[in-house]
Ligand binder design. Structure first.
Ligand code: F0G
Length: 482
């Protein structure tokens, strides 16, 4: 995206890339979509892609790759140990983050496994701006717990706050003092905070948290999976960073973290994961686990081709014209929906456009999974697949009690450089129609509920026969349109 003004005065995000490889999409009729969603137990993860038109489930591993990335994949060195591909990636990570030691892993949650096994003791507490599903599961599996210390604005669905991913620094200090630094496994900052709508933290907030961590000798860990979006927001929203380059901001962030890890399915537009640090002691604690869970130290479960693509992808992430595509498309979609009165998370964040299901389907109680029901309804009326980020994505506690999520969001992810603006307009059109017909949407209930990460594999039924009414109304309004 570049800073190009339109004569018409319209505010349109303009792509600074062209499409050179395409994948055919299917838009199957609504009757088939209804069948497909029932075959999938009303779970978006269980749909087959051939039944999906716009796959807005996630940006993970599905971002468009560049010609430079694809070309680099032909030069990979397959050696089990000591491959040149590893050295290239290690050098790139050193160049960008300034960290001396690097561990490859097959994806983000594999890094979380290693971190949790290395630093989470039973009864210890991991403090974070907000949890992510897999992060929390790994911490809990290792006997620890999670404490979220977000600022108040972070949990408000709407507002002007530019940095809703910030930590409340006074509460952070008070919490460590009260619980004792020896009981804190680490403080974790998540860039582009996923579950609250892809919301960023500011560099200033991170620097302040760093001071507190230093005071108490607590490790600061950065989850940089969604760093690209966070970098863009720091550059465009934080006064002190306006004149810094993306590389300089990245380094300033990195200098405040003892350990950085990320899913390269998001950061770097490839498929893998990475942990890096300049602290040799911390590195040694994690390193021993790598051959056990991931693979040898120079590939960590990744394909070497993906490692080559990751090296180039990380380099391209330092280009503002590359990283602003996602946030600008998301802002466009969010603002167009807002104009039509559809409840969305504001200000627009990264990762995707987030519908506020609590308000969209305010007649559905939280224990009937409003965001999950909205995901199903939107798929039926459009073939657009989003992801529930609400109570379904939570886990029952030890006593089997289901915690109700702070927010009920339907996330419509915007994989980078994948969709065209006309496709985004199609999604907006169907969402607006659905909003006007929202009273036809009903709730869901679990019919099969796995104990761990239930949202991935669980199966749902509807609490009433609402889906057929929705299809009927669609046919009335759209005739024989797909
Ligand atoms: N941390 C964050 C902030 C994430 O968003 C993810 C993945 C992970 C860690 C785990 O990485 O998938 O490579 O194992 N988020 C994906 C999503 C799954 O759709 O939001 P992974």
């Amino acid at each position: 995206m570049s800073n190009v003004k339109f004569y018409s005065g319209e505010n349109i995000p303009l792509e600074m890339h062209k499409v050179r490889i395409v994948q055919k999409l299917n838009l199957v009729p609504i009757e088939r979509r209804l069948e497909a969603v029932n075959e999938a137990g009303n779970n978006m993860f269980l749909l087959k892609n051939r039944d999906v038109f716009m796959d807005m489930l996630t940006d993970s591993g599905v971002n468009a790759m560049s010609d430079r990335q694809l070309a680099s994949m032909m030069e990979a060195d397959d050696s089990y140990a000591g491959s040149d591909t590893f050295t290239k990636l290690e050098n790139k990570i050193q160049e960008i983050f300034g960290k001396s030691f690097f561990l490859p892993a097959h994806q983000g949650r594999a890094c979380e496994n290693i971190l949790a096994q290395s630093f989470v003791k039973p009864e210890s507490i991991a403090i974070m701006n907000y949890h992510f599903t897999t992060t929390k599961s790994h911490i809990v599996l290792n006997g620890g717990s999670v404490e979220e210390i977000l600022t108040e604005e972070g949990l408000r669905v709407n507002g002007e706050c530019p940095f809703k991913g910030n930590m409340d620094i006074a509460n952070l200090r008070a919490f460590i003092e009260k619980n004792g630094a020896e009981n804190i496994s680490f403080v974790r900052f998540e860039a582009g905070t996923n579950l609250i709508g892809g919301q960023p933290f500011s560099l200033k907030n991170l620097q302040e948290a760093r001071k507190v961590c230093d005071e108490f000798s607590v490790i600061l860990v950065l989850d940089a999976s969604l760093l690209a979006d966070n970098l863009y927001f720091i550059k465009t929203r934080e006064e002190q960073c306006k004149n810094m380059s993306i590389r300089e901001i990245t380094r300033a962030i990195s200098d405040n973290a003892d350990i950085i890890y990320f899913s390269a399915r998001k950061l770097g537009c490839a498929r893998g994961g990475a942990i890096c640090t300049s602290n040799e002691k911390l590195f040694d604690r994690m390193r021993v686990l790598l051959p056990l869970y991931e693979g040898f130290l120079t590939y960590g479960g990744m394909s070497v081709r993906e490692m080559e693509a990751m090296t180039v992808g990380l380099d391209e992430t330092m280009d503002e014209e590359m990283i602003n595509q996602g946030p600008q498309f998301i802002a466009y979609m969010t603002q167009e929906l807002q104009k039509k009165g559809v409840p969305v998370v504001t200000p627009p964040g990264g990762l995707g456009c987030h519908l506020n299901a609590m308000e969209f389907v305010s007649h559905i109680p939280q224990h009937e999974y409003p965001a999950g029901a909205l995901a199903v309804a939107l798929y039926i009326v459009s073939g657009v697949r989003g992801m529930e980020r609400g109570t379904m994505s939570e886990e029952r506690d030890k006593n089997g009690i289901e915690p109700l999520a702070n927010m009920e969001l339907l996330r419509l992810a915007m994989p980078r450089r994948v969709f065209t603006l006309s496709q985004v307009k199609y999604a907006i059109d169907r969402i607006v129609w659905l909003y006007e017909n929202r009273n036809l949407i009903g709730g869901l209930k679990f019919v099969e509920e796995p104990k761990i990460l239930r949202f991935f594999l669980g199966k749902m039924g509807t609490v009433s026969n609402w889906q057929n009414d929705l299809v009927k109304k669609f046919r009335q309004d759209f005739g024989d349109s797909l």
